[in-house]
Design a protein around this ligand. Structure first.
Ligand SMILES: [Fe+2]
Length: 294
């Protein structure tokens, strides 16, 4: 079974439009003064090429772990939804989760579901989605609007309880189970993320996934724009990084070749090639590897 995984594509609508909030003003400062805009300049083209490349790889399913927009404006959602086109109505082929930039301000509540609802089971988190006979994606929403200087996420006790119920259910025992979310549990070197950037309940969630009675093969996420693979005590976590950030060397996405019976996965990295203006195989990437997941 072949699964594509990409993240943090950040369509950028600048100057910012739609609604008026202090946080959006801060985003203007970040885009114009701190050069963030340059990271995602022209990301429309890269997103279009990315979706084409994913289609061309003949994957069975494709998963996006959030941050499709920059500031959750209606204009941004409309543009990125336009690039997805008919894929928005193909939940058997695509799954999308929200990131913190898709829940940027309180006034954007429900906007992600309005456009991408068909690809996240209508926003009923946690959801359980069988994407191949023996492969299941469990999706959680850990993004929320925050204050000006905070980009932390939260799973929350209610969702954690529901997640534990899902992952300990007998129906997932013989499945290859992928837990998908926007935030990572660990940074690249295996340390916790910072309080204002990571999950507030990272320790609780890590403890949950590391329980011996949980059926789980991979945790996949984004949020940090440089990709990496790191392990908790018992699970492998994979960050695809940003597929479109021009300041990330080898920015791109992953194709996972999954053998559900052997609980094995091969990671193949595909990266944006500036010269050709396309995504290409990246055989030199240190992300390429084969892993046993249980
Ligand atoms: Fe993020």
């Amino acid at each position: 079974m072949k699964l594509a995984h990409f993240s943090d594509i950040h369509i950028t609508d600048f100057p910012l439009s739609g609604g008026f909030a202090l946080k959006r003003l801060a985003a203007i400062a970040s885009y114009s003064l701190m050069g963030r805009g340059a990271h995602f300049a022209g990301s429309d083209v890269r997103i279009a090429r990315l979706l084409e490349d994913v289609d061309a790889q003949g994957v069975d399913h494709a998963l996006c772990t959030g941050d499709l927009t920059g500031v959750s404006s209606e204009a941004e959602f409309a543009r990125v939804a336009g690039l997805f086109g008919p894929r928005l109505q193909q939940p058997q082929r695509f799954t999308c989760l929200p990131g913190n930039h898709d829940r940027y301000v309180k006034s954007a509540a429900g906007r992600f579901e309005q456009h991408f609802g068909a690809l996240c089971e209508g926003g009923a988190f946690p959801f359980v989605k069988r994407v191949a006979p023996k492969v299941t994606i469990v999706g959680i929403d850990v993004a929320r609007p925050t204050s000006l200087i905070d980009s932390s996420g939260l799973c929350g006790p209610r969702q954690r309880d529901a997640l534990l119920g899902v992952l300990t259910d007998a129906s997932l025992k013989d499945q290859f189970v992928v837990l998908a979310m926007h935030y990572g549990l660990l940074r690249a070197e295996g340390q916790r993320d910072h309080r204002k950037h990571g999950l507030r309940d990272d320790l609780e969630l890590t403890q949950l996934i590391d329980r011996p009675d949980v059926s789980l093969d991979l945790v996949v996420h984004g949020h940090m724009h440089r990709p990496y693979v790191v392990k908790t005590a018992r699970r492998t976590t994979i960050n695809a990084g940003s597929a479109t950030d021009l300041h990330v060397k080898g920015a791109g996405y992953h194709v996972y070749d999954i053998d559900p019976d052997q609980h094995r996965v091969r990671i193949t990295r595909r990266s944006w090639d500036v010269a050709s203006g396309k995504f290409e195989g990246n055989p030199a990437s240190p992300l390429n590897r084969e892993l046993t997941t249980r």
